[in-house]
Write a protein that binds this ligand. Sequence first.
Ligand code: NAG
Length: 331
Amino acid sequence: MDPLESEGGSQKSNNKPKYSKFTQQELPACKPLLTPGIVVAAFLLIGVIFVPIGLASLSASQEIVELVDRYDTNCVSTPDKVGFIQNTDTDKTCTRTLTVPKHMKSPIQIYYQIGDFYQNHRRYVKSRSDKQLRYKNAVHLTKDCDPEGNTVDGAPIVPCGLIAWSLFNDTYTISVNKKAIKVNKKDIAWKSDKTDKFGSDIYPSNFQKGSLIGGAKLNESIPLSEQEDLIVWMRTAALPTFRKLYGRIETDIMANDQLTVVIQNNYNTYSFGGSKALVLSTTSWIGGKNNFIGVAYLTIGGLCIFLAVGFVVLLYMVKPRYANVVAALLA
Ligand SMILES: *[C@@H]1O[C@H](CO)[C@@H](O)[C@H](O)[C@H]1NC(C)=O
């Protein structure tokens, strides 16, 4: 027997749809009853949750001590900045002294900040070979890396591509009150990048050997998975002004301490009008210094409380009849 027939429909009238609660629009529905009291309570609840979160984030952000020192202009005294930076014979050493405004609790993160460098440019971002970075038998997969794929004799460059080629090469040596302190450069890259994206059996070769040097050289006896500066650099930034982790200081620095930073000012941001800055920052549970989250929460929370109060005024003091209308409109 046809299963359709057993459902009740006969063969003749089977253009009639099968009965279901969905097609018959009989599904149970919930229609909230929006009385002014419920609307006021809902706004108040959101406000009461959001305002404390906003205050907590804002105060955490305020407690972070951040030192930003833009050094690219001060570190080149000649008017021909491009000529200075491209000349391999000039001394690129530059000493900056900074005073620490507030007690900085360790760990203190050291970043370099580059401005107007479009790491998100389409041709730049694609100029890499992820297979080559990860697998030993993929050294020849340099198709996307042009013009930094192969040497003039056709040997593959490892790591290939413009991103690796333009690796940042300024260095910082830091002392506090004239005493050198250690900058820890271990574990600055993501752990997952080190284990899953960069091979531990792949070593740099033919890198930065062309006529045009793009940036830092790499030690050929260290596998890519341990070249943390490269790994940090190759996680390309989405915005033209970005910070990248350089290292960490693992001792506290007191208020009014004198910081001396000796910079090797090698990297050429001058020919494209970029900027360079050194950033020292403490951290907290919200990360670095950023007021945005706090302000956003406070704005939403404040707005909700304002609406709730406005409603109460409307409801009990001005014209109770309007309150019902407004509640219905808002909901
Ligand atoms: C650093 O990078 C620049 C390019 O930005 C390059 O001209 C220079 O030779 C490099 N210097 C060192 C010491 O690696």
